[in-house]
Ligand binder design. Structure first.
Ligand code: BF8
Length: 632
């Protein structure tokens, strides 16, 4: 029997908001409906001022833009700009972490090197000598290698791409002209190429989409995660909780929202330091909870509890129990400041690039991280003092969840079964069918798909068919809230084969029951961890990543970043399910390329399915084809 808790949580949250008279995103979506059909098809161009131009591919109106641009070129151009937006976000995050690490090594930023094992592993990858050297010196060499990537003008291959990505796939990318040098140059070129009167060839732009996605994958995600692990430590398996019930009426509740642990790690540190002051105010303590990807980062490394995925962010504020919500970059709804204004919630922006009317702005930059973090936590204490004694409305609903499944944590666990060849137990169970395959369920939560419980129902269909699910981002929140990261979920949802494997792994991990069937691998940048795991399995097996019985899925796509992440999976030859449809359907050639043609070029395709069972069935069928091709 299905005992999903998530619909109960979301109904309770909506009720809290509606009882207080708040309009929610669902109301705003309804008021906006029907949404623009030209926009949905991707055949709306507003790049120059002869336009905006729009093409109805099914009607008798104009067949090109005023400049003569075809519908395929229009959708390809729009898709390329989506991937530029996503990639620029991740590359900006990468550069920020890199500069923080450099400044830490120079004594100019108050952080430490906590991930020594990661430093050593990367030193090996990049041929940096380690014998008789201090960790900081080795790390300095790694920083210089990364800095070279952002500054080079020599068109030599990017260091992080050429050393971290699998070699066989690099040959394929070289043949397609997809290798890149300096990510900033490519972002500039893509914006230039898509401005009025430049690239008008849809195929040329689709190759740029793939190149941009590679930049997202290897600089935006992999570099960021490598350096974050150096600074903040490599995640280890930890137990946490998820959903709005992690808020506490009599604690100073600080919701950390956004993406960059350079901020949230300091907030956590200062919350611990100022705990005594909170108690002096009559609070039980300071309760830092995680929202969106920052929540994932904190839960992976510290077991911090998860309060909300992206489409719940305004709803948890409506409880009246959040004293401060502190945000940095990406996925921050402007509406949050308006809801916060109705309570004593301090809604605090910290990044110069993210200014929101009615927010409190406390600039946070790594050199003065301690001063700013202290000021932010003190603001939360102030807000608690004003809130104390006033009624709050916290639905008492939450689930347990296991987090922290970095590749290193997985390998450590598997080493307990086979110290010499840790991946062998996994591959043996893939071969005998106990693990039918893998799906990386990634990306956002969308109000368009919450009513049919898209992510969690799709995941349950996969588990029943012995597919192991790896997840990150807001889909990780959804799975955690729905109890899918518990031993109980293994008993309740998994097929017999997968259950057997997870029971053995649970015992090895020292858990009371089986390992959960959905593995929390982190934030959206941590999709590089999923890729690292797939690369390790493929290399151990002697096949290409695209030959593995593995698929990617972004079942509730919202953000441009999820588009570029999907592109990075496709470039590896890993097919992707997606919902809703990307904005390409007005371009028949582009649609054909992504849904079929790509198979001959990269070995991957895109599939749109809007219903959970149909999505899971397609993925299982696709995995079955991969198994057959491998002779399994
Ligand atoms: O990077 S999953 S809504 S929070 S974009 Fe944003 Fe989507 Fe959530 Fe994190 Ni990822």
């Amino acid at each position: 029997m299905d005992q999903s808790i998530l619909p109960v949580i979301e109904t309770a949250l909506l009720k809290v908001a509606h009882d207080k008279g708040f309009e929610t995103a669902r109301d705003r979506l309804e008021a906006m409906s029907p949404q623009c059909g030209f926009g949905e098809l991707g055949t709306c161009c507003r790049i120059c001022y002869m336009g905006p131009c729009r093409i109805d591919p099914f009607g008798n109106g104009p067949k090109t833009g005023i400049c003569g641009l075809t519908p395929d070129a229009m959708v390809a151009r729009n898709l390329l700009r989506d991937t530029v937006g996503g990639t620029a976000s991740h590359v900006g995050h990468a550069r920020h972490v890199l500069l923080t690490l450099r400044d830490t090594l120079n004594g100019k930023a108050p952080y430490q090197i906590k991930g020594v094992s990661k430093v050593m592993a990367l030193a090996k990858t990049f041929d940096v000598p380690t014998e008789g050297r201090e960790v900081n010196d080795i790390c300095r060499d790694l920083v210089n290698i990364a800095l070279e990537d952002f500054g080079r003008q020599d068109e030599e291959p990017n260091n992080w791409l050429s050393k971290r990505a699998p070699q066989v796939e690099q040959e394929m990318w070289k043949n397609l002209g997809l290798m890149y040098s300096n990510p900033h140059n490519e972002i500039e070129t893509a914006m230039h190429a898509t401005s009025m009167g430049n690239d008008a060839d849809p195929m040329s732009m689709m190759l740029r989409v793939l190149k941009m996605s590679l930049i997202d994958g290897w600089t935006g995600l992999t570099l960021t995660v490598d350096l974050q692990d150096i600074l903040f430590g490599v995640p280890e398996i930890a137990v946490t909780e998820a959903a709005v019930g992690v808020l506490e009426e009599n604690s100073v509740n600080i919701a950390a929202h956004g993406h960059n642990p350079v901020l949230s790690e300091k907030i956590l540190e200062w919350a611990a330091k100022l705990e005594g002051q909170a108690r002096d105010l009559g609070a039980d303590g300071i309760n830092v909870v995680g929202v969106c990807c920052t929540g994932n980062e904190l839960s992976m490394r510290h077991g911090v509890r998860l309060a909300a995925h992206n489409s719940q962010t305004e709803l948890i504020l409506a409880t009246g129990a959040v004293d401060a919500m502190v945000v940095d970059i990406q996925c921050i709804w402007p509406q949050l400041a308006q809801v916060a204004k109705c309570f004593d919630t301090a809604f605090i922006t910290t990044d110069a690039m993210v200014r929101i009317p009615d927010a409190i702005h406390i600039p946070f930059e790594p050199h003065h991280a301690d001063d700013s973090a202290k000021e932010i936590v003190l603001k939360a204490l102030d807000a608690f003092r004003r809130r104390k004694g006033k009624p709050v409305d916290i639905p008492q609903l939450k689930s347990q969840a296991v987090a922290g499944l970095s590749v290193e944590a997985i390998i450590n666990l598997l080493s307990k079964l086979n110290a010499e060849d840790p991946l062998k137990p996994v591959l043996d169970n893939v071969a005998n069918g106990n693990i039918f395959g893998f799906v990386g369920v990634v990306g956002c939560s969308s109000i368009k798909f919450r009513d049919n419980a898209m992510t969690e129902e799709m995941v349950k269909h996969l588990l029943r068919q012995n597919v192991l699910v790896l997840t990150t981002g807001c889909t990780a929140h959804i799975c955690a809230q729905d109890g899918l990261m518990t031993s109980e979920a293994t008993y309740r949802y998994c097929g017999d084969g997968l259950k057997t494997v997870l029971e053995v792994l649970g015992k090895a991990a020292g858990l009371d029951g089986p390992l959960p069937p959905v593995w929390h691998m982190g934030a959206c940048v941590d999709n590089s961890r999923i890729v690292d795991l797939m690369v390790a399995l493929a290399e151990r097996l002697g096949v290409k990543v695209g030959q593995l019985p593995a698929v990617g899925s972004a079942p509730e796509l919202v953000q441009e970043k999820a588009v570029s992440i999907g592109g990075s999976f496709l470039a590896l030859g890993v097919s992707c399910h997606i919902a809703p449809a990307p904005k390409i359907l007005g371009g028949p050639m582009v649609t054909q390329l992504l849904t079929e043609g790509l198979q001959d070029i990269l070995g991957s395709v895109v599939r749109v399915e809007l219903e959970p069972k149909a999505a899971a069935d397609w993925m299982v069928a696709h995995i079955a084809e991969k198994r057959t091709a491998l002779g399994l």
